[in-house]
Design a protein around this ligand. Structure first.
Ligand SMILES: [Ca+2]
Ligand SMILES: [Ca+2]
Length: 934
């Protein structure tokens, strides 16, 4: 608050100023007022962040951004079309993906303002020597909703966007021919078809391009088209001339052309091929272009333009609306304090987290499905979304997106279900536009959809999604049995699902890109299914998939030092190097070993407990000299620039040393991320990495896919308020946020020592008050009772184990009744009760009357003897007093090594009355083990 200054003397003011310096008055700092203005879209454009700097709106269909060149027509400067060190532009294209790998994708319909005449075919300019323009970064800026650059030719380019339209303001220098190229065929990785029409009378250029080819250079299976983008561009200035080109032929004066670049035998567009059109304007003219796009039809592209950016809409009006749209979303995570650089890094990361998946349906609700047919969104769904970078997005990005916008999260979940329904029930792991690219590993949609649901994005057909996911996870398809596309883009949704169902792990040399890594991924996916089933009350499915979610244990080799390891089909282990990525995708065994988010307790116990695990984490994050090893330090160390490692800093919270989570997370936030072009440490993967930063800067992280508990570190800002779009508010107060270590925490005013928050905090809100300090508090959160939850299956208690057992006369003194309740079948042929008496039985005293649920009998074959000796006919009987018996189950004609009988009785004594001791009637029975469960 500002108050009028009282009249006073100069000397008194001097005293007052000194007092202010020495002891600043308590004053409530203001929250960032214009976060969109802080966003710097050049952050992430170096150091392989692969973000695009151009103009877009939150989750918008259009990303209007430069396509830069290094002098090769067949390769963009980087997968996002742009890299900071490549300062030559050959077009400004309407679609992009942020932070993707491979050779990129999209980059559709590059428009190039050109100062000069068009007198040769642009397709013949195979080195981008002629039809491209240099620029300097001093003449460039990018922020939320706007990008501008001045080219060395004197041309100015300003870009902005609505959700489904783009606006450009081209400024041409005086005295030079003002040309505009529309390089319709030149999508970033080429096209199979393109068509351009220039309409002089109406000042429009329209057409379409058919493309896809994501990662097509890696495997021929990706070398195909799966979307057509239609565009309709309208200009506010008349054309003074027109022309088109097709391959090497320039056709001045014409108004239509067609032909794609085609995809070459190496998966890149073919140099010299392709078509487009060009126009000229009066020299020195400033030209405003409005362009609508649609993935359905030319009519829809025009309709989108009419709806969002109609005739008469100024460039500046669109720019201001785009910025306002960004402020609406970014202000949902309100921060106070921190440095300007920290605020810029934070809001740029939040911006990058809210780009994808992005709107794919038109304003009339139509979209092209994965079946290439036109569909219309229905029910409560407001828009269809596309571009699901599954392997990346399931960890924390969709959780953050849903935290901020549960309504968008719901629509994305419905969109993924629609994709599966339109794709023969297959939930493709990486979808681009209307195509499934199969890129990466695991079954990420099965982790993502339950995560959206957990964070409150529940307004979708969750029952339908669960049924479809269960079907996909239990039905072995021909694609699952195929190696087509191996290894980066293997076609099956669940490669080697048959092995998963029979062997309970994905073997080395199976169909997956890395058997051990796939085993970890499928464990996470099945955990996701189990949690969605639990939320929908389907407990049988919950239990089935919770059990499958523990299959990760089957690739932990106890003899290799406690690492996850590739495993042979026959159960043996191949040679092993923990620094090697053999068996894993984009990561080493040492990095992947930590990736069991849903059962960290089980993992740490396998390693030998908290102390051992903490030492291992310390070694993972540090070099031998004690310095940090956060990236680029080899396969034994963390790689905090890529997804497999990014959950690991949070595991200290489980291991009794949460102060090391606080320390490690803060170190990564402060040293790998910054407000510079290199400020994103690796490919941003459609916002996945940026979402890690946003969570970490908030001092929070989702516990596991499918759950909404949050792990706790320390917030980077003194005050953070999350205003969820559904009205729920999360407030984090940390007045001493410059310090790293938690000395105390209260939740809604109640002190806690738990370094995690229940699901209710994310879903219904609350207030956290952190007390932070500069020295570690090694006791806060260290108690075992404070550790975050893990999700294992409870090992059922065998009520008969070690209980007093009696029976009919044994075959000999080594094969007595007690051998059937000793918990073992592997102790050789005398690890059983054997009897040849006329009336054969075994009886166990459970020690008290108990409710009983099942009885398991393990026969001769279970102990390694002939299966012909498996007990054939027997009754399970129960008694309260050992005198009066009732029959709980009858088994006739058994041949299996183990028989499980469900019972629903209570009693103290359980008895197996043998009717026929084995298969041929020779009068002997062999019971290796009798187990009784509640
Ligand atoms: Ca990555
Ligand atoms: Ca036994």
């Amino acid at each position: 608050m500002r108050r009028p200054m009282p009249k006073t003397t100069l000397s008194a003011i001097g005293v007052l100023l000194i007092a202010l310096v020495v002891n600043p008055p308590a004053r409530a700092a203001a929250a960032v007022a214009d976060p969109a203005g802080l966003v710097n879209t050049l952050i992430g454009s170096s150091n392989h962040g692969e973000t695009f700097p151009g103009a877009t709106t939150p989750f918008g269909m259009v990303q209007f951004s430069p396509e830069n060149t290094r002098g090769d027509q067949t390769r963009a400067a980087a997968p996002g079309g742009y890299r900071y060190d490549a300062t030559r532009v050959r077009g400004f294209a309407l679609t992009h993906m942020s932070g993707t790998g491979c050779a990129g994708g999209y980059g559709d319909i590059p428009f190039l303002p050109h100062a000069g005449t068009v007198d040769t075919s642009p397709s013949s300019d195979t080195t981008d020597a002629k039809y491209a323009g240099d620029f300097a970064h001093a003449d460039e800026s990018g922020t939320a909703g706007r990008y501008q650059v001045g080219l060395a030719s004197g041309i100015g380019a300003e870009l902005t966007a609505t959700a489904r339209t783009a606006s450009a303001r081209w400024t041409y220098p005086a005295g030079k021919t003002a040309s505009l190229l529309v390089r319709t065929s030149n999508s970033e990785v080429g096209s199979s078809a393109a068509q351009t029409t220039v309409d002089v009378a109406n000042r429009t250029i329209s057409g379409s391009v058919t493309s896809g080819n994501f990662c097509g250079y890696i495997n021929a299976i990706g070398r195909r088209s799966y979307y057509t983008l239609h565009f309709h561009a309208v200009f506010d200035q008349p054309f003074t001339s027109t022309g088109t080109w097709q391959d090497g032929t320039l056709r001045p004066g014409t108004t239509s052309a067609s032909g794609g670049t085609t995809y070459g035998t190496n998966g890149y567009p073919v140099a010299g091929r392709g078509s487009g059109g060009y126009v000229t304007f009066a020299a020195g003219q400033t030209v405003t272009m409005r362009v609508g796009i649609s993935f359905v039809s030319q009519a829809n592209a025009q309709a989108n333009l009419a709806a969002e950016n109609p005739a008469g809409t100024s460039f500046d009006a669109v720019r201001q609306a785009a910025r306002a749209a960004w402020n609406t979303e970014l202000q949902r995570v309100e921060i106070t304090g921190g440095t300007t650089a920290q605020q810029t890094t934070f809001y740029t990361a939040l911006y990058h987290s809210l780009l994808h998946p992005n709107v794919f349906s038109d304003t009339n609700g139509q979209y092209t499905g994965m079946d290439q047919a036109v569909h219309t969104v229905s029910g409560g769904q407001r828009a269809q979304y596309a571009n699901f970078s599954g392997w990346d997005a399931y960890r924390s990005q969709l959780q953050l997106l849903t935290l901020v916008r549960p309504d968008v999260g719901s629509d994305i979940a419905q969109s993924l279900l629609n994709q599966a329904n339109q794709n023969n029930g297959v939930w493709d792991r990486w979808t681009h536009a209307a195509g499934g690219t199969h890129v990466m590993t695991g079954d990420p949609a099965h982790a993502a959809v339950p995560s959206i649901h957990a964070f409150g994005g529940t307004a979708f057909d969750a029952q339908g999604a669960l049924a479809s996911m269960v079907r996909a996870a239990t039905t072995v398809t021909s694609a699952d049995l195929s190696r087509d596309g191996w290894n980066v883009m293997v076609v099956g949704e669940r490669p080697s699902l048959d092995k998963w169902l029979s062997k309970h792990y994905i073997p080395a040399n199976g169909n997956a890109w890395g058997g051990a890594g796939e085993t970890l991924e499928d464990s996470v996916a099945d955990f996701g299914i189990s949690q969605l089933a639990a939320r929908l009350g389907q407990n049988t499915t919950r239990d089935e998939f919770l059990a499958r979610a523990q299959y990760w244990k089957n690739v932990h080799n106890p003899a290799n030092g406690g690492y996850a390891q590739d495993r042979n089909d026959n159960g043996t282990w191949p040679s092993f190097d923990p620094a090697s990525s053999s068996g894993f995708a984009e990561g080493s065994a040492a990095q992947y070993t930590w990736m069991v988010p849903h059962n960290v307790r089980g993992l740490l116990d396998k390693m030998g407990g908290n102390a051992t695990a903490t030492t291992r984490l310390d070694t993972f994050f540090h070099r031998t000299d004690g310095t940090w090893a956060l990236t680029g330090a080899g396969g034994l160390k963390a790689e905090m620039n890529n997804e497999p490692s990014i959950g690991a800093p949070w595991l200290y919270d489980f291991a009794g040393s949460p102060y090391k989570t606080q320390q490690t997370v803060r170190q990564v936030v402060n040293t790998l991320w910054s407000a510079t072009p290199g400020g994103i440490p690796g490919q941003d993967d459609l916002g996945a990495m940026s979402s890690w930063y946003v969570w970490s800067a908030m001092g929070l992280y989702p516990l596991a896919p499918g759950r909404a508990e949050l792990l706790v570190a320390s917030p980077l800002f003194p005050r953070i308020v999350v205003h969820r779009a559904n009205g729920v508010t999360l407030t984090l107060d940390a007045p001493n946020a410059a310090a790293t270590y938690v000395q105390g925490l209260s939740v809604n005013g109640v002190a806690t020592t738990k370094p995690w928050l229940p699901e209710s905090f994310a879903t219904t809100g609350g207030t956290l008050s952190f007390t932070l300090g500069t020295t570690p508090d090694t006791t806060w959160g260290s108690a075992a009772a404070d550790a975050p939850p893990s999700f294992d299956i409870a090992t059922p208690t065998n009520l008969a184990l070690g209980r007093p057992a009696t029976g009919s006369t044994p075959c000999n003194g080594n094969e007595t009744a007690d051998k059937a309740v000793n918990g073992s079948v592997s102790g050789g042929s005398s690890d059983k009760f054997c009897s040849s008496a006329t009336t054969k039985y075994l009886q166990v005293d459970l020690g008290g009357k108990l409710a009983l649920g099942s009885v398991v009998v393990r026969h001769a074959g279970a102990g390694g003897e002939s299966t012909a000796w498996n007990t054939r006919d027997f009754d399970v009987r129960v008694s309260d007093d050992g005198g009066t018996w009732s029959t709980a189950a009858q088994v006739r004609g058994n041949t299996a090594n183990a028989s499980t009988q469900a019972v629903s009785v209570s009693g103290r004594y359980v008895r197996i009355d043998v009717v026929t001791g084995e298969q041929s009637g020779n009068g002997v029975t062999r019971l290796y083990e009798v187990e009784v469960y509640q």
